[in-house]
Ligand binder design. Structure first.
Ligand code: NAP
Length: 512
């Protein structure tokens, strides 16, 4: 077999997860690693989503790495360009550039059970790695609905995550498809400039006001000179969200109060009762992600906006047709229709020990051990894996917990000595998954009466973590070797049982 470059760790993706993994590996003293990135720059979803109005709905001081605080965030909620700049800055400050392999799209990762390594074919060549950290994220591959006639549309078509900045929407008739977190930011940005905006709303979202303001010079100076003030601010933002989780996870009846606030937010801007009726959700708030905007409803009340309370079902020439038969003639169609979250295309490209792809194994539902590893895929782990998403707080907290797990995994593998790999035991994966799903039953995401992208094709919630970020932090602090099978190369002498002894007596049953 041809010899390829070999690294200890291959990280896939250079968004928050991938760059965070790179920083953590360096801090662990591991320098023999690469970060494979399909695009020509870092940033992940914050590079790809550059649509007008793109911003984060988690406050800046919480939506950043704890190990890389930024005292100079200009606003309480950051715009996309600020977050992208921040990630470029992280790549520089932590000296990650030499590890980056840009324009290197992973085509296939195959487990080689004889050599105990992953063979990774990329668009820029092949390499092998002892460990793969897949940090491609769930919001990386745009999802377009299968709409009959779309290929015959003579105008412009694009997805929110692939914005065509060469297209000038001014004076045009635009169809906006979807009313998720992306669409509600795009609508108020486009509305003032376009001739007509037709919004296709399949399900109305719950929208709360977004209290965004510039962070004053005095605040920034304070954070720069007294870093504990920045940590205190982050701690406060984290704490209030941590307290909210109970309402989502076990006490969704309490959310009625929040619904009243959201309705008031709508009533302030929407005076037309028919439009208000169209925009009022019929499911419990929180079941889908609660959206934050103070400009969405005012934009919908403008005379150049039509809300069609029905999904796009067909395109006939330049006419877009809704499921309820409503029609509009448009110059461009913008899809704000989300991402492949529970059917991530990267899983088609991971071939495990049994010769099956991760997509095949996960077809009946994504399953992992502690959101990280999958049985039959030795030394492969994912950042933002199954059931690690949040509906109420910052994903960076969850990413950092997963980085703790990754760091301990690498450390423990090292202490085992020789060539070795860890494969999650199916029983441990099942025990973890059952525990998570048991807790999920009572949550608003499962009981709130909506269909959301948190649910997979079978109706199972395989994306959200049903507890606090603190609980996840403690469940991912250490790798319990008792939850793994230790693999050695086939020719190696048998391993004494003592080497397999779990470091703690805890098993997956005590997990979630
Ligand atoms: P999304 O939340 O998955 O929303 C997709 C939207 O498209 C939904 O409203 C869906 O309707 C609609 N849709 C799908 N097919 C349709 C059709 N044929 N006709 C009409 N509507 C259709 O996607 P997203 O808005 O891109 O957001 C994805 C995630 O990205 C968010 O939940 C969030 O995690 C993240 N995000 C975050 C921020 C932030 O501020 N941090 C900003 C943007 C995005 P149904 O509701 O009926 O399915």
């Amino acid at each position: 077999m041809t010899e390829h470059e070999h690294v200890r760790v291959a990280v896939v993706g250079s968004g928050f997860g991938g760059l965070g993994a790179a920083v953590r590996l360096r801090r662990e003293g591991v320098t023999d690693f690469v970060v494979l990135e399909r695009a020509d720059s870092v940033g992940g979803t914050w590079r790809d989503n550059s649509y007008p109005g793109c911003a984060c709905d988690v406050p800046s001081h919480l939506y950043s790495f704890s190990f890389a605080p930024n005292p100079d965030w200009p606003r309480t909620f950051s715009g996309q360009e600020h977050i992208r700049d921040y990630l470029e800055h992280v790549a520089d400050v932590f000296r990650l550039r030499p590890h980056l392999r840009l324009n290197s799209e992973v085509k296939l990762m195959t487990w080689d059970g004889k050599r105990l390594c992953w063979v990774i074919e990329t668009s820029s060549g092949t390499l092998t790695a002892d460990i793969v950290v897949s940090a491609t994220g769930p919001l990386s591959d745009p999802k377009l609905p299968d709409v009959p006639g779309l290929d015959t549309f003579p105008g412009k078509v694009f997805h929110s995550a692939r914005w065509d900045h060469d297209y000038d929407p001014r004076g045009k008739r635009i169809a906006m498809i979807g009313t998720g977190a992306s669409a509600i930011q795009i609508v108020p940005s486009l509305q003032p400039d376009v001739a007509r905006l037709t919004l296709f709303q399949r399900t109305p979202p719950w929208v709360m006001p977004r209290v965004d303001r510039a962070i004053t010079g005095a605040e920034r100076t304070l954070h720069r000179q007294l870093p504990f003030t920045s940590r205190a601010r982050r701690g406060f933002l984290w704490g209030i969200r941590e307290l909210q989780i109970r309402a989502f996870s076990t006490q969704s009846n309490r959310l009625g109060l929040i619904e009243q606030l959201a309705k008031r937010n709508m009533a302030r801007a929407i005076k037309d009762p028919d439009l208000r009726a169209k925009l009022t959700p019929d499911y419990r708030i929180g079941c889908k992600r609660i959206l934050l905007s103070s400009t969405y409803y005012p934009a919908l009340a403008q005379p150049n906006v039509d809300v069609i309370a029905s999904g796009l079902s067909e395109v006939r020439g330049s006419t877009v047709v809704a499921a309820d038969g409503s029609e509009a003639e448009v110059d461009a169609i913008v899809f704000g229709t989300g991402f492949h979250v529970t059917d991530m295309p990267i899983t088609e490209r991971v071939v495990g020990a049994e010769g099956k792809t991760l997509a095949e194994v996960w077809r009946s539902g994504m399953k992992s051990l502690r959101g990280a590893t999958a049985a039959g895929f030795p030394n492969w782990m994912t950042i933002i894996g199954p059931n690690t998403g949040l509906g109420h707080s910052s994903m960076i907290l969850m990413i950092e917990s997963q980085l703790n797990y990754m760091a301990d995994y690498v450390r423990q593998l090292e202490t085992l000595g020789g060539r070795a790999a860890l494969d999650a035991r199916p029983g441990a994966v099942d025990a973890w998954t059952d525990r998570v799903q048991e807790r999920m039953k009572r949550t608003v995401w499962n009981t709130g009466g909506c269909t959301s992208w948190y649910l997979d094709g079978n109706g199972d919630n395989t994306t959200i973590w049903p507890g606090t970020t603190t609980e996840f932090r403690s469940a991912t602090r250490r790798v319990d070797l008792g939850e793994y099978d230790l693999l050695r190369p086939p020719s190696a002498p048998p391993v004494p049982d003592a080497a397999l002894e779990p470091r703690t007596k805890k098993t997956a049953e005590a997990g979630a």
